[in-house]
Design a protein around this ligand. Structure first.
Ligand code: HEC
Ligand code: HEC
Length: 185
């Protein structure tokens, strides 16, 4: 019994340690990513030097693999110049940051501007009128939010409440919110 308790404590500490490490990596990655912004954009979805490479849609593993290839000099092109700056720790931190920033940013935005009516994690019906937003896919959330913006979506008698909120959002914010909403399933 004692041993079981000790094991449990170890597992718990391990789990806490891991998430703390992730956060730490995220912060390191955020800092490193500053030098990528001129080409890839603040949200990693710009076209770097006109090339059609949206790295914001890659998984953590895919980003790490690509960066490892660059670091090993396996690829030519603009990224080759970045290779000497990339060791294993930096590659991991950058991959964690790029792959997770969208949901994290969307989550913060939602907590700030939306959860007052839609509840924490988008799990409540706003004014008892709206559907549960957490159930929407990214595509549905995107479509609904942009149609509130242009006035096309008139779901119910309270649509004007949402119209004002939606108009206040930038295109990028709408995108990040939709990605966060999608992650809730
Ligand atoms: C000078 C502009 C520039 C900078 C700075 C830059 N990149 Fe790139 N990156 C590119 C270009 C252009 C490509 C497209 C492939 C190529 O031509 O090499 C690319 C490709 C990539 C890819 C692979 C995309 C794919 O699908 O193949 C990843 C991942 C990436 N960059 C991450 C980063 C990270 C992380 C940083 C910061 C450490 C960074 N880049 C800094 C221009 C840049
Ligand atoms: C002041 C309260 C309020 C705030 C704040 C608010 N909403 Fe809403 N939301 C509503 C109401 C009420 C509805 C239902 C409107 C209708 O009848 O069309 C709604 C509907 C929605 C819908 C459509 C769901 C359905 O019923 O089809 C989405 C998606 C949504 N809101 C997202 C958001 C997001 C994202 C934010 C933050 C930027 C936000 N809302 C902020 C009150 C709010």
């Amino acid at each position: 019994m004692k041993r079981l308790a000790a094991t449990l404590v170890c597992v718990l500490i391990g789990a806490i340690g891991l998430s703390a490490l992730d956060n730490e990596q995220f912060k390191v990655g955020e800092d490193l990513f500053k030098r990528c912004i001129p080409c890839h954009g603040r949200f990693a979805n710009a076209k770097p030097m006109g090339k059609d490479k949206d790295i914001s849609r890659l998984s953590e593993t895919e980003i790490a693999a690509k960066l490892r290839d660059y670091a090993l000099g396996r690829t030519e092109g603009a990224m080759a110049a970045q290779s000497s700056l990339l060791d294993q720790d930096k590659i991991e931190a950058l991959s964690v940051y790029i792959a997770n920033m969208h949901v994290k940013y969307g989550e913060e935005l939602f907590a700030l501007r939306c959860s007052g009516c839609h509840g924490k994690d988008a799990s409540k019906s706003a004014f008892g009128k709206s559907d549960i937003v957490a159930r929407l896919t990214e595509k549905e959330a995107l479509e609904i939010l942009s149609s509130y913006q242009n006035g096309a979506y008139a779901h119910g008698s309270t649509a004007n409440v949402m119209k004002g909120r939606a108009i206040a959002l930038s295109d990028q914010e709408v995108l990040e919110l939709a990605r966060y909403i999608n992650s809730l399933k």
